[in-house]
Design a protein around this ligand. Structure first.
Ligand code: NAD
Length: 477
């Protein structure tokens, strides 16, 4: 099979990709895959090392793009997008050789002598579709996992974060094997053209409505899909919680990236006895972090665009809550103040959809069952956070709810433990990646039984089946 070498310019397909272009691109990448070089440990390690280098050498460019798109503080952009991704890449580099080894399995005596192996083989041509909120991490981390598993990859960054999309399209082909990795920029028409092609795996990160479009398109080709979706991730602050610790960690999880985080603390259920103390602690966390005028703080981000700022403004319609802190929205300036709401009713607009902004509704409870029942009435969350000193409470919440992941006395940090899979359940998605789980997602586990050729065959299961044979076979099979 011929090997296809794309120039960096060809590998970054630019903004217009028709179904014909998409078909040609997939055919070119498929030819690279068929040539076999992406299967070797050497090639995979080379690509991972190049990604690691790119994240360091192009730090300034990427941080500037993130500032342009999301008004991110440079440190936050570095920590949440660049360094978090580099850690993923390093973990893959460290363990890849071990994960690639065949795993020898036990052979039942009926098939001995013989050897059974579980072999991880690449899937082939993979499509990664990324969203705008962590536009570096959510594209590069799945890409790294797909390359580690020996695949060729098309990356589709989000058009909603145009500066980062352009930076990635420019930079990535300069570091990675251009005949094995391509970037296609664009929005719905381009993604639709890509989705018409036959892929060997699609990983999509974004909202559930588009997730359904992706899954339906993939079903036409029986393509396996990983859907990394969102939803409302609740926090429970139990009666025995450390309130100061809870407020500090919830403030981090809510105001990071101005609340535009898939695993952000969406809303808080606090025990009624702690409510006043908790609200006071949240107010103090906001002024500690962003001063008395958060708008002037260089460390507080902006909403991605005015459409989303307007969406958040619409959620703050003045009904079913009282403002404790913040509350201002400047749609044109894409600014939403760090906001805390109290006495929030369960049918307030902020409780009807994922907030995806720096607005924290606080609800109170007396009995933990009320909270777990409320959680179970909604979609299964991507993350669930619990602040408590009691193991019993942890076990109770674990046993009565379900979520993609969970943190006890912390929020968001479960994502940074590479040995833990990151993914949703139910409406928050299916499949997972991070660390070994990404390698598994983008690999096929091939079952291989080898038997020697010199064996004299004892065809116990072959007809004819005289009584003696059936009786003997029943004893051993
Ligand atoms: P988005 O608008 O950037 O869309 C994501 C991708 O889908 C983009 O690449 C876009 O081009 C493509 N797309 C959009 N409409 C399409 C269509 N009709 N057909 C085909 N492709 C289409 O991002 P978003 O959906 O606004 O992202 C925010 C959502 O993503 C939130 O719900 C958030 O919780 C979730 N999210 C989940 C994770 C996770 O890891 N689970 C991470 C980040 C965000």
């Amino acid at each position: 099979m011929s090997q296809v070498d794309l120039t960096p310019e060809q590998a970054s397909e630019g903004s217009a990709v028709s179904p014909v272009d998409a078909a040609q691109l997939v055919a070119r990448l498929r030819a690279t895959y068929a040539a076999g070089r992406t299967r070797t440990l050497g090639w995979r390690q080379q690509q991972l090392a190049a990604l690691g280098r790119m994240l360091v050498e192009r730090e300034d460019e990427l941080i500037e793009a993130l500032r342009e798109d999301l008004g991110r503080a440079p440190f936050e952009a570095w920590a949440a997008d660049l360094r978090a991704t580099a850690r993923e890449v390093e973990d893959l580099q460290r363990h890849l050789a071990t994960w690639m080894k065949p795993h020898r399995q036990k052979v039942p005596w009926l098939f001995r002598p013989g050897r059974a192996d579980l072999i991880h083989e690449p899937l082939g041509v993979v499509l990664v579709i990324a969203p705008w909120n962590y536009p570096v991490q959510l594209l590069i981390a799945p890409l790294a996992a797909a390359l580690a598993a020996g695949n060729v990859v098309v990356c589709k960054p989000s058009e909603v974060a145009p500066a980062t999309s352009a930076a990635i399209a420019r930079i990535l082909p300069l570091y990675l094997d251009p005949s094995a990795v391509a970037v296609v920029e664009g929005g719905i028409p381009e993604t639709t053209a890509l989705l018409e092609q036959r892929w060997d795996h699609i990983l999509y990160t974004g909202n559930g409505s588009v997730g359904r479009i992706v899954a339906a398109a993939a079903a036409k080709h029986l393509t396996p899909v990983t859907l990394e979706l969102g939803g409302k991730s609740p926090v429970i602050v139990a009666r025995d919680a450390n309130v100061k610790l809870a407020a500090s960690r919830i403030a981090f999880a809510k105001f990071l990236n101005a609340g535009q985080t898939c695993v952000a603390a969406d809303h808080v259920w606090v025990h009624a006895d702690l409510a006043e103390k908790f609200l006071a602690a949240m107010r103090s966390e906001i002024s500690k972090r962003y001063g008395s005028n958060p708008r002037a703080s260089k460390d507080f981000g902006r909403i991605i665009n005015s459409r989303h700022a307007q969406r958040i403004k619409d959620l703050l319609d003045g009904r079913g809550y009282e403002v404790v802190a913040g509350g201002e929205v400047d749609v044109k300036g894409k600014y939403v103040a760090p906001t805390v709401l109290r006495d929030v009713s369960r049918d307030a607009a902020v409780m009807n959809e994922e907030i995806f902004g720096p607005v924290l509704p606080v609800l109170t409870f007396e009995d933990l069952d009320e909270v777990t029942d409320a959680i179970n009435e909604g979609d299964k969350p991507l993350a669930l956070y619990l602040f408590t000193a009691s193991d019993h409470t942890v076990e109770q919440v674990l046993a009565t709810t379900s979520s993609g992941g969970m943190c006890v006395n912390d929020a968001i940090s479960h994502l940074l433990v590479p040995a833990l899979p990151f993914g949703g359940v139910g409406d928050s998605g299916y499949g997972a990646y991070h660390g070994r789980w990404g390698f598994e997602t983008f690999s096929h586990r091939r079952a291989v039984l080898r038997r020697p050729s010199w064996l004299v065959d004892a065809p116990m299961l072959n007809p004819p089946y005289p009584r003696w044979k059936a009786r003997l076979t029943r004893k051993v099979f």
